[in-house]
Design a protein around this ligand. Structure first.
Ligand code: NAD
Ligand code: UDX
Length: 483
């Protein structure tokens, strides 16, 4: 039993991490009151929507978890101060994106939202409050949080005190509920054993003790950046080999199977593709790079920076080869894009490889028909910096935009409507439904000679060849493309 009894939890930030994480905590700990707060009223309204298909985050299984806990011991609210004041433990789960201007722009994490949370907690918390860093933060951020909280001690009518813990989140989008319900490990960094015990007692409701790791604050903060750097490094490594496979007649899937069978290497995270996306990998590596330079380790910084550089190169490489295969020009040509989310089973498009690849092709004057089963077309418009247009009518001849060389895009109603009239299909997200497409039926919808660019290894090359389509498949040097 911990010295600090936890009855009430507040989480600041109702995003991809705060929402699902707190939903699982509430589900697994019916004795705790969990309140998730956010300044974004629209987001909170969506979390409170009676229709569970309208939750702001799409995650398989999330609707069931929220359905069980919401209204029982899980609340979503915009009343930030009230929730902090009532909480024994406050999780900070706000966004920490890369800074876009000022010192460290393009690399350092923007900590303005984290600092705002710390100040808010310092202002309104009551009694003893355990503050938990759930956001991914630069190593030594806890120091700043502590200083802000320390400045709030005394001086008012409430006896207040604070403990600070680091408890980074390792969930991956698309598998968040499974990752939260059966984590490989839970990491708690801190200096006060009683506070660490209090947080461990929350997880102990469903996580075996041996999976709850305890470290000092700085190891915990740095472990999160390091885990993401290692995972991303594997993807850049396999993508670099994919390009080499294409040049030499090898097949990256076979190479991945061969090396992944070595238990020292392991089989996971060896899927070649259009490069890693998502809100975490690039941001966290760039942050690591920034910190290494700050601490006088330029060689270490360069090493990790190359992981991001290879990833960017892989995305441009794909758009470049699409142009090359289509006789050197895509101006005015219809190209179908299947998948816009950064991976399957999420509606998240942050840093999605599709963004860079589509922007490159729009820049070349392509007319893109884009399909994604979960991404909102307004989100695609924001990501591409272009409003959606209507699909041009092929019978009416080339559109004005096509003739002037301006790229445009529209949302395809389904896969067949997206593909119709296109010269090529790019598969950029590995949605299960794309694996089931019948290319024999779809091939006649395309303008011949037509190409499939499969960046996610979802099609069967033999089926595509039999349908009379040309194929480029990531990392496949032996593909029979000239069907
Ligand atoms: P997000 O942008 O989806 O959500 C953050 C939320 O915080 C937003 O809704 C925003 O309105 C809210 N917010 C910001 N400042 C606030 C304030 N002062 N008061 C109240 N609400 C405030 O971000 P996310 O994807 O949930 O990521 C959160 C953190 O978790 C980041 O540090 C990220 O690096 C880390 N992380 C993310 C993932 C992931 O898969 N997305 C996984 C592990 C860790
Ligand atoms: C990642 C980490 O996995 C997670 O632990 C951390 O908490 C947040 O960042 P996420 O970005 O949600 O999670 O998804 P992840 O499954 O890691 O995929 C990231 C990107 O890498 C995706 O674009 C995915 O398509 C790509 N990827 C992943 C590959 O290209 N090949 C692989 O083998 C694995």
């Amino acid at each position: 039993m911990s010295v600090f009894a936890i009855r009430s939890i507040c989480c600041i930030g109702a995003g991809y991490v705060g929402g699902p994480t707190m939903a699982v905590i509430a589900d697994r700990c019916p004795d705790l009151q969990v309140t998730v707060v956010d300044l974004n009223e629209q987001r909170i309204a969506a979390w409170n929507d009676r229709d569970l298909s309208q939750l702001p985050v799409y995650e398989p299984g999330l609707d069931a978890v929220v359905g069980r806990a919401r209204g029982r011991n899980l609340t979503f609210s915009t009343a930030v101060d009230e929730a902090i004041a009532n909480a024994d433990m406050v999780f900070i789960s706000v966004n920490t994106p890369t800074k876009t201007k000022g010192l460290g722009a393009g690399q350092a994490s923007d900590l303005r939202w984290v600092e705002a949370c710390a100040r808010q907690v310092a202002k309104v918390a009551k009694g003893h409050t355990i503050v938990v860093e759930k956001s991914t933060l630069p190593v030594r951020t806890a120091q700043a949080i502590k200083q802000i909280l320390a400045a709030a001690h005394g001086g008012d009518d409430h006896a207040r005190s604070f403990s600070v813990l680091s408890n980074p989140e390792f969930l991956a989008e698309g598998t968040a509920i499974g990752d939260l319900e059966a984590p490989d490990r839970v990491l708690i960094g801190g200096e006060e054993p009683a506070a660490i015990d209090a947080l461990a007692s929350v997880y102990a409701h469903w996580v075996p003790q041996e999976k709850i790791l305890r470290t000092n604050l700085w190891s915990s903060e740095l472990s999160k950046l390091t885990a993401n750097a290692f995972l991303a490094q594997r993807i850049s490594s396999i993508n670099s080999i994919a390009a080499f496979c294409e040049a030499t007649g090898a097949d990256v899937r076979e190479v991945a199977r061969a090396i992944g069978s070595d238990s020292r290497i392991g089989a996971k995270f060896l899927q070649a593709g259009p490069g890693f996306g998502g809100s975490c990998f690039q941001k966290d590596i760039l942050n690591l790079v920034y910190l290494c330079r700050h601490f006088g380790l330029p060689e270490v910084a360069d090493y990790w920076e190359s992981v991001v550089a290879l990833n960017t190169w892989q995305q441009h490489r794909i758009s470049r080869l699409v142009v090359q295969k289509l006789f050197g020009t895509v101006t005015g040509k219809r190209l179908a894009v299947l998948g816009f989310a950064f991976k399957a089973d999420t509606n998240d498009t942050r840093e999605a490889p599709a963004i860079r690849i589509c922007r490159d092709l729009l820049e070349e004057g392509a007319q893109l028909a884009i399909h994604d089963p979960k991404v909102d077309p307004e989100q695609i418009a924001r990501d591409l910096h272009l409003p959606a247009s209507a699909a041009p009518d092929p019978a009416a001849g080339p559109s004005r935009a096509a003739l002037s060389g301006d790229g445009t895009w529209w949302q395809g109603a389904d896969e067949a409507a997206t593909i119709a009239g296109a010269d090529a299909v790019l598969i950029l997200t590995e949605w299960q439904q794309y694996r089931q497409l019948d290319w024999t039926v779809l091939a006649p919808l395309l303008r011949q000679p037509a190409w499939i660019f499969d960046a996610r290894s979802v099609v069967d090359p033999a089926v595509v060849a039999a349908a009379g389509l040309k194929l480029w498949r990531v990392g496949d040097g032996g593909v029979e493309s000239e069907a």
